[in-house]
Design a protein around this ligand. Structure first.
Ligand SMILES: Cc1cc2nc3c(=O)[nH]c(=O)nc-3n(C[C@H](O)[C@H](O)[C@H](O)COP(=O)(O)OP(=O)(O)OC[C@H]3O[C@@H](n4cnc5c(N)ncnc54)[C@H](O)[C@@H]3O)c2cc1C
Length: 385
């Protein structure tokens, strides 16, 4: 009987893992890939859609398009996980695995910030980011805040990117002079592991008149008075609020005992990504390995777990330890993209090497997306991300 691998979550981590195992074993492995959604959307596509650069239909990639030997995709919601038995209950039945991979990402909890749902907009869920496409054209004047509401959040450059793209968007509409843009972040600099990237972002903010409010979180909004309340007690008026909602461990993962509570990301062996339960791995945003929550890190983690499964099944040597390294593209506006190559785990402290924004990096980012689509879904290389 083939080894049964059950992968929970078809995001960056789940898709990469499934692809590598299918490439390695073909029909000789039994992979069940489970996701509640019917489509995959890249995180960065949310910014493209909200600022009107792409149409929603163009950035949704249907899981039904995945045709890979050894892989079955099931659209279903995971209701419970039994890590000791490597069993999973879904809306469509129960599944047992020889190897179980939890790649369910980070859940978003806009309701955890009082006033955000009623009086603001968040741009991290697909639904709300896409809805902003119709909200932003109605913003005419006044203060706009891009505000982070929790310390741990996906894609640390995203709030800065949103501010720079909002600047371009308002400039194109002739509304920039009537608006003030501020970014509220819980860090002292935009990208703490990379002083050069932070400096470049702060220079871009200064050039465009964007205010950076450091070491602060938005704790609540008062929609009646249209003010945001910050962690240090100060208030900032807003006309447009674009929020990064509180991130939490998916409830089904907390209930499984894999995580201690909603804010305790799943503990794993830093080298292998295995949880405290043998044969159960946690890959990507859901784990607490200490890397930023970003697709490139989820993908890197998936490669390490795939190598471990391949070594286990073929009896080869143990794979190299997870390095926690990856390259993140950063939208600088003015049709330019920069890049930061970060390494979180191999040295005594995280480092980040900055590559100046350029048009060449715009093309490299597009290629990053289309190459993933080709690998994960079997699309032609010309397909855009
Ligand atoms: C605005 C924005 C911009 C970003 N830009 C970048 C970028 O440029 N580069 C980058 O590397 N990263 C970027 N990211 C971050 C990136 O999207 C995530 O870090 C990445 O998707 C994490 O991968 P993952 O596999 O851990 O989880 P996810 O990709 O979140 O996948 C988890 C999957 O689990 C499914 N799921 C959850 N619960 C259940 C359940 N109970 N039952 C069934 N299925 C379930 C979800 O539907 C989802 O498909 C960005 C994010 C945002 C919000």
């Amino acid at each position: 009987m083939s080894t049964r691998v059950v992968v929970l979550g078809a995001g960056f981590g789940g898709l990469e893992l499934t692809t590598i195992l299918s490439d390695a074993f073909g029909d000789g492995i039994d992979i069940m890939l489970i996701d509640k959604s019917d489509t995959f959307v890249f995180g960065f596509s949310k910014l493209d859609v909200m600022f009107g650069r792409r149409m929603p239909a163009d950035v949704r990639h249907r899981y039904s398009d995945i045709v890979k030997p050894g892989v079955r995709f099931l659209q279903s919601t995971v209701r419970s996980i039994d890590p000791a038995a490597r069993g999973v209950m879904t809306d469509d039945g129960k599944f047992e695995a020889d190897v179980l991979v939890v790649a369910l990402g980070a859940d978003l909890d806009p309701a955890a910030t009082p006033g955000l749902v009623e009086g603001g907009n968040e741009f991290y869920t697909v639904a709300r980011a896409f809805a902003l496409r119709d909200v932003l054209p109605r913003f005419e004047r006044g203060p706009a805040i891009i505000g982070v509401t929790g310390k741990s959040f996906k894609c640390p450059p995203a709030p800065s990117e949103a501010a720079l793209l909002l600047h371009d968007y308002l400039t194109a509409r002739g509304r920039r002079e009537a608006a003030e843009i501020s970014v509220v972040m819980p860090f002292g600099t935009p990208i703490p592991p990379s002083p050069d990237t932070s400096q470049a972002i702060l220079a871009a903010f200064a050039e465009r008149g964007i205010r950076f409010v450091k070491d602060s979180l938005v704790k609540a909004l008062d929609p009646g008075r249209k003010v945001a309340m910050l962690s240090d007690g100060t208030e900032m008026p807003y006309e447009l609020f674009l929020g990064v909602p509180v991130h939490r461990v998916p409830q089904v993962v907390v209930e499984s005992g894999l995580a201690a509570d909603a804010y305790g990301w799943v503990p794993v062996n830093k080298k292998t990504l295995e949880t405290n339960f043998p044969g159960v791995y946690a890959v990507g945003d859901v784990n607490g390995v200490g890397t930023p929550k970003a697709g490139v890190f989820a993908e890197g983690a998936a490669r390490v777990v795939a190598a471990a499964i391949i070594a286990q099944l073929r009896g080869g040597p143990s794979p190299e330890a997870y390095k926690g390294a990856g390259s993140c593209y950063v939208e600088f506006g003015h049709d330019q993209v920069g890049r930061v190559d970060v390494d979180f785990l191999s040295g005594p402290k995280p480092t980040g090497i900055f590559k100046e924004p350029s048009e060449a990096l715009v093309a490299e980012k597009a290629d990053f997306g289309s190459s993933r689509l080709q690998r994960w879904f079997g699309r032609p290389p010309s397909a855009r991300a």
